[in-house]
Design a protein around this ligand. Structure first.
Ligand code: ADP
Ligand code: MG
Length: 563
C-alpha cells in the first residue's frame, strides 16, 4: 500500500487515494494533524504527536520539535541523554503515521510519496529520503509541496487552463510558487521561499510585543514562562481567525498582564514578517515572468494561511482575493495522496502529468584571479529549469601546459562558491595547451529524483569522465541504515492502554506546571483520581471522569485570558 505524507515542520498528515478520491487518514485521536514532535519517556519509550507536544512544556529536555528546520544539517538533538539526527527524529514521525495508517486502512503501508518544501536543497532532500528508509518506508518519490497543492486544486477545478500562485505558509517555512496548469499538465514555472519564516515567527513577535508593552525583557522570563507565553500567543493568533479582538492575558511575577490583539496590532508588531512575505512573493513572480494580473488563482496552503490578515495582505499585494480550497493545512497532504494514487497507477485518476523544476542553480566553480583562493559560480542548470534537463557549457585552462582540470560542483544562488553548497568534484586529464586554448565540455543532467550526472570531456584528447551525485541515502551505507532501523525499533511506540488516557494526563501535567494555587490542587486531585480508575480498570468510571476532567482542563486553558 502506498500513501502520501505531508511531513511538516509543525504538523504532519497522511493521505490515501481510495475509491476515486484522496482521503485524509486520522490518527489515534481522530485528528488529521499529527504534531511533528517527538518525546522520550523515562522507561525508554517514545511518544509522537499530541502527547509529545504537551511534553514540550513539561519535559523540554526529552522532547524535540521543528527538527525539519535542520534536515540535512549536521545538527544533533540531545534527548534523554542520547543524540539524534533530524532525520532519525523525522523517522519517528513517519513511523507513527505509518502505524496509524495501517490501523486505519487494515493493510500494510510500505511505500510513500513525501512532500518537501520546494526550496529544499539536495542535502535536505537526501535527509528526507534517509528518514523514510530508517522508518522502514520505501519513498517512491519526493514531491514539492507546492506541486502537491496545485495538483489537489486542479483536480477540483473545472478550468483546463490556469496560472496559479501557491502561497504555502506553515509553522516554519514559506513557499511561494507560480504554477501553470494546462490540459492536465502541471508545470511549476517558479518557486521562491524562506525556510525560516512561518507561524512560529508570528507567535514570537506577538510574545515579544506583549513583553515590550509591559516593559519586560522576554529573555528575563524562565524558559517555561517563555514557552507558555508563546503558546498563549499562538492561541490568541488562531482565535483572530474568528474574532476581531482577542485578549492575551498572562500572570507574570504575580501580576496580571494583558494586551488586546487585533489585525491592526498584528500588522504593526509583525511588520518585518510581512515585508519578508512580500519579498518572497515578488521574487517568485519575477522569476516566473508573469505579472500579478496574469495570476488566475491564489491558492492558500499551510495553517498560517488561515489568518485573515494574510489573505488581506495578499489581496492588497496582488490585487486579487485568494481562494481557500478546503482547509489550507490539508491541501498538500491531499496532493501527496493523489500523487501516491498516480504512482500506484490508479485507474480512476485522469492522466495527470506533473513536471517538476529544479529549485536551485547547479554549476561549477571557476577561477577568479582577482578573488584570491575563491571561486566564482558558473551556472550550468539555472534554478526553475523544468526537469529532467541536460545542459552543457564549455570551459578552458587557466595555466599554460596544465595537465588536469578539477571542477567543483556547487548548488546555490551565490556568486561566491564559498556561500553555495559543494556537492563534490570531478577531475579530468587534458591535453597540455597554452592557457585559454583547451576546450573542456561539462554536461550536467539532472532528473526528478535529484540525481545529478556530470560528464566532462576534453575536446582535444577526447578524455572523458563521469560522476554521479545522488541525493539518495546520502552518506549512509546499507549497514548504517540497518543499524539505524534497529536503533529505532528499540524505542517502542506501542504501549498498552488508551492513548487518550495518556494525552489527558500529559495535558493535566502541563497545566499543573503552568498554573498555581488552588487550580493546581484541583488538577493534582483529578490526575490522582484518573490514575486510580485506570489502575482498577473501571471503564465506565473512567469514561465519566474523562469527560469531567476534559471540561475542567478546557476551562483552565481559557483561564489565561478570561479571569
Ligand atoms: P507546517 O507545514 O509547518 O507543518 P502547518 O501547515 O500545519 O505547518 O501550519 C502550522 C502553523 O499554522 C502554526 O504556526 C499554527 O499556529 C498556524 N495555524 C494553524 N491554524 C491557524 C489559524 N486558525 N490561524 C492562524 N494560524 C494558524
Ligand atoms: Mg506544510
Amino acid at each position: 500500500m502506498i500513501i502520501g505524507i505531508d511531513l511538516g515542520t509543525t504538523n504532519s498528515l497522511a493521505c490515501v487515494y481510495k475509491d476515486g478520491k484522496a482521503e485524509l487518514i486520522p490518527n489515534g485521536f481522530g485528528s488529521y494533524l499529527t504534531p511533528s514532535v517527538v518525546s522520550f519517556e523515562d522507561n525508554g519509550a517514545v511518544v509522537v504527536g499530541a502527547i509529545a507536544k504537551e511534553r514540550l512544556v513539561t519535559n523540554p529536555t526529552d522532547t524535540a520539535a521543528a527538527f525539519k528546520r535542520f534536515m540535512g544539517s549536521p545538527k544533533m538533538f540531545c534527548l534523554a541523554g542520547k543524540e539524534f539526527t533530524p532525520q532519525e527524529l523525522s523517522a519517528f514521525v513517519l513511523r507513527q503515521l505509518k502505524q496509524d495508517a495501517e490501523k486505519y486502512l487494515g493493510e500494510d503501508v510500505t511505500e510513500a510519496v513525501i512532500s518537501v518544501p520546494a526550496y529544499f536543497n539536495n542535502n535536505q532532500r537526501a535527509a528526507t529520503l534517509e528518514a523514510g528508509k530508517i522508518a522502514g518506508i520505501y519513498v517512491e518519490r519526493l514531491v514539492n509541496e507546492p506541486s502537491a497543492a496545485a495538483l489537489a486544486t486542479s483536480m477540483l477545478s473545472e478550468e483546463d487552463e490556469q496560472v496559479y500562485l501557491v502561497f504555502d505558509f506553515g509553522g516554519g517555512t514559506l513557499d511561494v510558487s507560480v504554477v501553470d496548469y494546462f490540459n492536465n499538465v502541471i508545470e511549476i514555472v517558479a518557486v521562491s521561499g524562506d525556510n525560516h519564516l512561518g507561524g512560529n515567527d508570528f507567535d514570537k513577535s506577538i510574545a515579544t510585543y506583549f513583553c515590550t508593552r509591559h516593559n519586560i525583557d522576554i529573555n528575563s522570563l524562565s524558559p517555561q514562562k517563555q514557552a507558555t507565553l508563546i503558546r498563549l500567543a499562538e492561541r490568541a493568533k488562531k482565535e483572530l481567525t474568528e474574532k476581531e479582538n482577542v485578549l492575551l492575558h498572562m500572570e507574570i511575577a504575580g501580576e496580571d498582564k494583558a494586551i488586546v490583539l487585533n489585525n491592526e496590532v498584528l500588522i504593526t508588531c509583525c511588520s518585518t514578517l510581512f515585508d519578508r512575505i512580500e519579498t518572497v512573493v515578488k521574487h517568485a513572480l519575477r522569476d516566473s515572468g508573469y505579472h500579478a494580473i496574469d495570476i488566475d488563482e491564489i491558492i492558500l496552503a499551510g495553517g498560517s494561511s488561515k489568518m485573515p490578515i494574510v489573505s488581506y495582505f495578499l489581496h492588497n499585494l496582488l490585487g486579487k482575493e485568494p481562494v481557500m480550497i478546503g482547509s489550507p493545512d490539508e491541501v498538500i497532504a491531499q496532493g501527496a495522496g493523489i500523487y501516491a494514487g498516480i504512482k500506484a497507477r490508479n485507474e480512476e485518476i485522469r492522466d495527470m502529468l506533473l513536471t517538476d523544476i529544479c529549485p536551485f542553480t547547479l554549476g561549477v566553480g571557476t577561477h577568479n584571479p582577482s578573488n584570491n583562493g575563491h571561486f566564482n559560480m558558473s551556472p550550468i542548470i539555472e534554478r526553475n529549469s523544468v526537469l529532467p534537463i541536460s545542459k552543457t557549457r564549455t570551459y578552458t585552462n587557466v595555466h599554460n601546459m596544465q595537465k588536469k582540470v578539477k571542477f567543483n560542483i556547487y548548488q546555490g544562488e551565490a556568486f561566491d562558491c564559498a556561500d553555495n553548497l559543494c556537492l563534490g568534484s570531478i577531475i579530468i586529464d587534458i591535453a597540455p595547451m597554452m592557457a585559454n586554448e583547451a576546450v573542456v565540455n561539462v554536461t550536467f543532467a539532472y532528473d526528478i529524483n535529484g540525481i545529478l550526472v556530470v560528464d566532462v570531456e576534453d575536446g582535444f584528447s577526447t578524455n572523458k569522465k563521469q560522476a554521479i551525485f545522488k541525493s539518495e541515502g546520502m552518506n549512509l551505507s546499507q549497514k548504517e541504515i540497518a543499524q539505524k532501523i534497529e536503533l529505532l525499533k528499540q524505542y517502542k511506540s506501542d504501549f498498552s492502554g488508551d492513548e487518550r488516557d495518556k494525552l489527558l494526563l500529559a495535558q493535566a501535567e502541563r497545566l499543573y506546571q503552568e498554573l498555581t494555587g488552588i487550580n493546581r490542587v484541583r488538577i493534582a486531585k483529578a490526575m490522582e483520581d484518573y490514575e486510580y480508575v485506570i489502575s482498577v480498570n473501571d471503564k465506565h468510571a473512567k469514561h465519566i471522569l474523562r469527560q469531567q476532567i476534559t471540561a475542567m482542563l478546557d476551562r483552565f486553558e481559557e483561564f489565561f485570558d478570561v479571569e
